[in-house]
Design a protein around this ligand. Structure first.
Ligand SMILES: NC(=O)c1ccc[n+]([C@@H]2O[C@H](COP(=O)([O-])OP(=O)(O)OC[C@H]3O[C@@H](n4cnc5c(N)ncnc54)[C@H](OP(=O)(O)O)[C@@H]3O)[C@@H](O)[C@H]2O)c1
Length: 377
């Protein structure tokens, strides 16, 4: 007797259609569907549940090449179908909030009941220097709400360019009041350092999360930020975790990319600069080799190891993975899902050769400063 199986572990049987016996071969015709990987979630201080892998929308700002908004909206469905329902954007990411808004209105028109809460849209408010009275703050939030087609904002992550201008405290006071009024669920920060995070918390302003750069090559949050967040129930949402895609097989054994043709989008050039400060292309290649060994051992990708390394850090609520929405072949959904599978457990033994490379890198904390200081030089 012989049984034929054409399926892998990612599918589940939903119905058995026919069973035939042909010359001692049992032919089972089944209808199978792709099993949705359970994407782990984390609850922020205000109660909002977000996926631990978030879809980053800086990639539709225009800084990563031209964007077809219709295709970008269509592309979002595949992420949601896979369980990746949390999107990260900003008021300054070109049409990102509008793209989310169009998709959100499509989802709402089809959904009912609980499904109306299907998406989580995290935005940022990145104001130019200027007056920070309540009207200014409220106007900024209303603009995001109207673009995102929502009645209130799931999460506002506040950015500030210059700490010498102390009006960030005024702005945060109004944001906190507007949160009490129900306009915002989670009040968060992006690119704030530990000193200011402490100052803000000491004023009684409840911060849910701080979005910062955190990756194998930029581990500045581990120096001070993590301990403070741990003691104050603040989560870190991380970006740059894949170094714009440089932390992947695509760059393993490759010549150093230079110039605009090779560093063809804003993420690649941003994180190539980080690599240069961190230790240079030679050391980075050694890191990729060490990561590739770990990846092969776990039958996963370098991106999975790089993501999981950061996801496993204390207080990291989620890793934001940039998505070039609507660009054919730029979708990494299946691979991203592997990063959060329970069976991908990175052991100290796995990571020893990786740590050996990291030990030979420069200390970015002393070179650049604490989280976000790169935006304030
Ligand atoms: N708060 C801030 O100041 C700030 C700053 C930067 C970013 N962010 C946020 O973080 C998000 C992430 O952006 P990022 O610039 O830091 O980029 P990133 O997430 O480090 O890299 C994204 C790129 O990595 C590649 N990639 C993704 N998954 C992959 C996989 N499984 N295997 C191989 N390659 C993979 C893709 O490149 P290809 O498209 O070329 O395939 C993708 O465009 C942004 O969208 C934004 O939401 C925030």
């Amino acid at each position: 007797m012989c049984y034929l199986s054409l399926f892998n572990n990612d599918t589940e049987i939903i119905s058995l259609r026919n069973v035939n016996r042909v010359q001692n071969v049992v032919v089972v015709i089944v209808c199978r569907r792709k099993m949705m990987t359970q994407v782990p979630k984390v609850r922020l201080a205000g109660g909002l549940e977000v996926c631990r892998i978030l879809n980053g929308m800086w990639q539709v700002s225009g800084a990563h090449g031209p964007v077809d908004q219709t295709k970008a909206v269509q592309a979002m469905q595949a992420y949601v179908n896979a369980g990746l329902t949390t999107f990260d954007m900003a008021d300054i990411y070109g049409p990102a909030e509008e793209i989310f808004g169009h998709f959100n209105s499509q989802v709402k028109s089809k959904a009912s009941g609980d499904a109306l809460q299907l998406l989580q849209g995290l935005t940022k408010w990145v104001p130019r220097p200027g007056p920070m009275d309540r009207k200014v703050v409220e106007k900024a939030l209303q603009r995001s709400m109207s673009r995102m087609q929502v009645e209130s904002l799931d999460c506002v992550q506040f950015h500030w360019w210059d700490y010498r201008d102390r009006r960030y405290l005024e702005a945060l006071g109004h944001l906190s009041d507007l949160q009490q009024d129900g306009l915002i669920r989670e009040l968060s920060l992006t690119n704030f350092d530990t000193q200011r995070l402490e100052e803000i918390s000491n004023r009684g302003i409840r911060i849910s999360s701080n979005q910062v750069q955190y990756s194998l090559i930029d581990q500045r949050p581990a120096a001070k930020m993590e301990a403070f967040c741990l003691s104050h129930g603040i989560q870190l949402l991380t970006y740059g975790t894949l170094a714009g895609g440089l932390l992947s097989e695509r760059y393993l054994g490759k010549e150093e990319p230079t110039g605009r043709a090779e560093l063809s989008n804003a993420s690649l050039s941003k994180y190539k600069n980080v690599i240069d400060s961190w230790g240079g292309w030679g050391l980075f290649q050694e890191l990729l080799v060490a990561l590739d060994t770990v990846a092969k051992h776990h039958s996963c990708s370098i991106a999975n190891v790089a993501t999981r390394y950061v996801l496993d850090r204390p207080v990291v609520g989620g890793v934001i993975v940039g998505c070039r929405l609507g660009i054919a072949g730029a979708e990494h959904i299946e691979d991203s899902l592997r990063s959060c599978r329970p069976e991908l457990a990175l052991t100290p033994g796995d990571l020893r050769p990786v740590e050996d490379v990291l030990q030979r890198s420069r200390d970015l904390m002393s070179l650049i400063g604490d989280c976000g200081d790169e935006y304030r030089k």
